[in-house]
Design a protein around this ligand. Structure first.
Ligand code: UT7
Length: 347
C-alpha cells in the first residue's frame, strides 16, 4: 500500500474553476382547477376555514381520465426550461426527477421524461424525498457539475398528490392543501467559479415517518393506529404535528444556511420556500423581519404541490424578473420523511 499523498502535494481539481448557473426554468400545469367552492361541494368544509388556516384559494389537479399525470406535467416543464436556457435536449448529461408520485415503480419517470424531450442517452433517475425532493436534487446536480463529471443537468420537481387524496369529509384535513404541478430547471457549468451554491443542507429524521405516509397495506400503519382499509391509497398526515415541526424547522434551517455562508438575511435577495401553509411562511418571514416581497408566496393559487412547489415559485419569479443573475437566492423545503433542506445560490 502506498503512503497517503501529503496535503501539500494535492493536485488541484477542476472543480475549483467551475461555476454552476441556473440557465433556464419551466413549468407544467394540469388542466383542471379545484377551488375552495368546489371542495365545499365534496366535503364538510368552507372557503373561510381553508383561507384562514392555509391561505389557499385554488389549486390545479390532473384530469386522470384524459391521461394527465406526473409525466405529462414534467415533460413540458423540462422542455420549457431547455427553451428558456436556449440549450438543446441533446446537451443534457443527466435528468433528475424529484417525485413521490412516479407513474410506476419501474421505469423511473425521469427516463420517460428524458426520452420525451429527446435527451438521447443522458442518464436519468427519480429522487424520492417528498416535499424536499427538488431542493435535494438541486444540491446533488450542482455538486455533480461542480465536481467536473457532468456539464448540463435537468432537474424536475413533479407531483400528483390528487391521486392520493380522500376528497370526503373524512380526509378534509389533508385534501384541501394539496395540488398537482411540475417545475424544472436546467443547470449548466460556467467559467465563473463564484456562481453556484454558497451553502446547502440536507436533513432527515425517519422517526417522524408516521406523521406523513401513504399506506397501501395494513402493515404500513404505525403501532396503535387502526389499519382501516379505507385509508389505503390515501395520504395520512398529522397536520398539527407537521405544522409545529415546520414552524420550528423553517427558521432554524434558514439560520443554519446563512451561518454556513456567513451571510445575514438582508444579504439574501429572495427566499424561495416550499409552499405548505401561508401561516408557516408568514411565521418565517416575521422571525427574520423580512419585507413581504422577499419571501415569495403563491400557495393561494396552487396549494401545496410537494416537489413542484419550489421550482414553480422560482419560475414565476424569473418570469417576472424578480429573480435574476447576480442575486443571492435561498431555496428551503421540508416535508415527509421527515426531511428538511436548503440551497443558497449565487446566481
Ligand atoms: O408539505 C407537507 C407538509 N405538510 C404541511 O406542511 C401541513 C402542515 N399542517 C397544516 O398546514 C395544518 O395542520 C392543516 C391546514 C393541515 C390543518 O389545520 P389545523 O389548524 O392544524 O387544523 P386541525 O387539523 O388541528 O383541525 C382543527 C379543527 C378540527 O375540528 P375540531 O376537532 O377542533 O372540532 C378539524 O376537524 O378543524 C377541523 N378541520 C376542518 N374544518 C373545516 C380540519 N380540516 C378541516 C377542513 N374544513 N378542511
Amino acid at each position: 500500500m502506498s503512503a497517503p499523498t501529503p496535503a501539500t502535494a494535492r493536485i488541484e481539481l477542476p472543480r475549483g474553476r467551475v461555476g454552476v448557473r441556473i440557465a433556464g426554468s419551466g413549468i407544467g400545469l394540469p388542466s383542471r382547477t379545484l377551488t375552495n367552492a368546489d371542495l365545499e361541494k365534496m366535503m364538510d368544509t368552507s372557503d373561510e376555514w381553508i383561507v384562514q388556516r392555509t391561505g389557499i384559494r385554488t389549486r390545479r389537479v390532473v384530469n386522470r381520465e384524459a391521461g394527465e399525470c406526473t409525466l405529462s406535467m414534467a415533460t413540458p416543464a423540462l422542455r420549457g426550461a431547455l427553451a428558456d436556457a436556449k440549450i438543446d435536449a441533446t446537451e443534457l448529461d443527466l435528468v433528475l426527477c424529484a417525485t413521490m408520485c412516479p407513474e410506476m415503480a419501474c421505469p423511473p419517470t425521469a427516463c420517460r421524461i428524458a426520452a420525451e424531450v429527446g435527451a438521447g442517452r443522458a442518464g436519468a433517475m427519480d429522487i424520492s424525498a417528498a416535499c424536499c425532493g427538488f431542493v435535494f436534487a438541486l444540491n446533488m446536480a450542482h455538486d455533480l457539475i461542480k465536481g467536473g463529471a457532468y456539464r448540463t443537468i435537468g432537474v424536475i420537481g413533479a407531483d400528483t398528490l390528487s391521486n392520493w387524496m380522500d376528497y370526503s369529509t373524512e380526509g378534509r384535513g389533508t385534501a384541501i392543501i394539496f395540488g398537482d404541478a411540475a417545475g424544472a430547471v436546467v443547470l449548466t457549468a460556467c467559467d465563473d467559479p463564484s456562481r453556484g451554491i454558497l451553502a446547502q443542507s440536507m436533513h432527515a429524521d425517519g422517526a417522524g415517518w408516521k406523521d406523513i405516509f401513504t399506506p397501501t397495506s395494513r402493515h404500513h400503519f404505525p403501532a396503535g393506529v387502526d389499519p382501516d382499509p379505507r385509508k389505503f391509497g390515501h395520504l395520512q398526515m398529522n397536520g398539527a404535528t407537521v405544522f409545529k415541526f415546520a414552524v420550528g424547522t423553517f427558521p432554524n434551517l434558514i439560520q443554519e444556511t446563512l451561518d454556513k455562508a456567513g451571510l445575514t438575511p438582508e444579504q439574501v435577495d429572495m427566499f424561495v420556500c416550499h409552499q405548505s401553509n401561508a401561516r408557516i411562511l408568514h411565521a418565517a418571514r416575521e422571525r427574520f423581519g423580512l419585507p413581504e416581497d422577499k419571501l415569495y408566496v403563491n400557495i393561494d393559487r396552487y396549494g401545496n404541490t410537494v416537489a413542484a412547489s419550489v421550482p414553480l415559485c422560482l419560475h414565476e419569479l424569473r418570469a417576472a424578473g424578480r429573480v435574476r443573475d447576480g442575486q443571492k437566492v435561498m431555496f428551503v423545503a421540508f416535508g415527509g420523511g421527515l426531511t428538511w433542506g436548503s440551497s443558497l445560490w449565487q446566481l
